[in-house]
Structure formats: C-alpha cells, structure tokens
Design a protein around this ligand. Sequence first.
Ligand SMILES: Nc1ncnc2c1ncn2[C@@H]1O[C@H](COP(=O)(O)OP(=O)(O)OP(=O)(O)O)[C@@H](O)[C@H]1O
Length: 277
Amino acid sequence: MSGSDTANPYQNDRGNKDLSIGKPGGGTLTASPGTKHAMNTSQAFLIGDTMTGGYGNGPDILHACTIAVNPGEIAVIVGPNGAGKSTAMKAVFGMLNVRQGSVRLDGEDITDLSPQARVAKGMGFVPQTNNIFASMTVEENLEMGAFIRRDDIRATMEQVYHLFPILKDKRRQPAGELSGGQRQQVAVGRALMTQPKVLMLDEPTAGVSPIVMDELFDRIIEVSRTGIPILMVEQNARQALEIADKGYVLVQGRNAHTGTGKELLADEQVRRSFLGG
Ligand SMILES: Nc1ncnc2c1ncn2[C@@H]1O[C@H](COP(=O)(O)OP(=O)(O)OP(=O)(O)O)[C@@H](O)[C@H]1O
C-alpha cells in the first residue's frame, strides 16, 4: 500500500464531520476532505504489530500478524472461518497473550496492559455476542457504557442519539426487545459513550439480514466520519471491503493480502479465493 498524504494523514476521503465523540491523538478532528490514506503502518494510530500468540498455553494462532488503523479510516479484517480474525482483534484488545510483536496506541506501547486499562486509554470494543444488557433500557445501556467517566455524559448521549435516531425513540425500552440490528446499534452506542479514540467491532453484522447489514454499515460509516478509527472483523467480506479504507485478509493467522478495500476487491486472487469469484 502506498499513499499520497497531504494535510493530515489521519483523515480519509469521505469528508469527516466532527461530532467530537472520539478525540484521536487527544485533539478534536476537523474535516480535511480529499486526503487519502495514511499508509505508514508502523506509525499507525493503533497497530497490532507482527503479533504472534494464542490462547493460554495453547498453540500459536497468530503468526506475525499485523493489523493497523488510523483516525477517519475503516479497517476491515476478513478471511475464511477459523483464520484468526477475532483472535487478532482480541490480541489488539489484550484478551490473549502476544508472545512476540507489540500493540501500540497513539505511539504508546500497550502490549502489557489489561483490556480494562486499554479502555481507559481510549479503546472501545464491541464483542460479537453478549454486548448489551438485555433487561436494561436502551438509555441505561448507554449510561453503563459511560462507566469510566466522571464528567457530564449528556452531550455524548445526544451525539449517540444523533448517530442512531432509532435509539432515541426507543430509549425507554428494554434493549432485549429491540431487533438484531437495533441491538447492535445499542452495543456500538454503548462503546461510543466512553468517548473512545478507536472503535473495534467484532462481526457487527453477524446474524442480521442483508438490508439490516447495509443499514449498519451506513451507521458505521457515519461513526467513521466523526474521525474515530474503526477496526472491524467481518464475515461479509465483499460488502465490508466496499466500505473499507484498508482491508486485511488473514489466512491461518497470517496476513495473506493487505490493501485498500478497492484494491482487494479488484485483486483476482482475492476474488477467486475469498469472494466467490
Ligand atoms: N477461546 C479460545 N481458546 C482456544 N482457541 C480458540 C479460542 N477462540 C478461538 N480459538 C481458535 O483460534 C482459531 C481462530 O479462531 P477465530 O475465532 O479467531 O477465527 P475467525 O477467523 O474469527 O473465525 P470465524 O469467522 O469462524 O469466527 C480457531 O482454530 C479457533 O478454534
């Protein structure tokens, strides 16, 4: 991957708008349309750099696997079942041992930090399942999301409602009564309540219909436009690559192909092997 970085290498070309939910790099993002991707991976805002490791004392699942994302970008991890996509995401979030390699956030080595400490550093993580409190209302879920904050959360909640208007309508309803796609919006909204510097989503569209998937991807693009870097694992590779600034195809815990979403969609080998021709 190579890039033509101009004014601000952290901005993408979708025309970011500043809702000040996340503050990558500690500052407020401003729009800088027309700027392309930041391609210098080693200096990425969030990077899992040549990670090797596995679960507990088990065998290595990841083999020198590198995943990175910059503010304003959507980076997507795709690949066959069991390729280690979720494992790579969990490694970046500190849920398993990285025996070799490192994880860095905004230039700081966080490899040895617990997931809780990473949340305090600005990582928002939305797991694939059990990501909401079903018996609590939508609004209570959002309040729970802000658990690490001691300041006034109302402005952030309004921003979340601005991004996900349906949640405002349903704010007094138990989250468990919502549709699958709406519950995923609650989960993403909950993560945004910490004002994360980076948002990580593990298969946000798992189990939803194609129409709901499109809607969720639209919402994820909206979040990205606020400047928050988004790293996500997706089963729906083709659709995910369509909205990806960066794509990582993993095979057996290794980086098999890396490029912009467009590059990967156009790559003959990627198409044949991973996208059904
Ligand atoms: N908690 C765990 N403990 C031990 N091994 C695990 C654990 N979770 C996953 N694995 C193993 O790690 C490998 C990669 O799994 P992972 O879930 O990361 O793949 P994936 O690419 O996300 O797959 P899928 O698309 O099917 O979700 C698999 O061999 C799996 O059995």
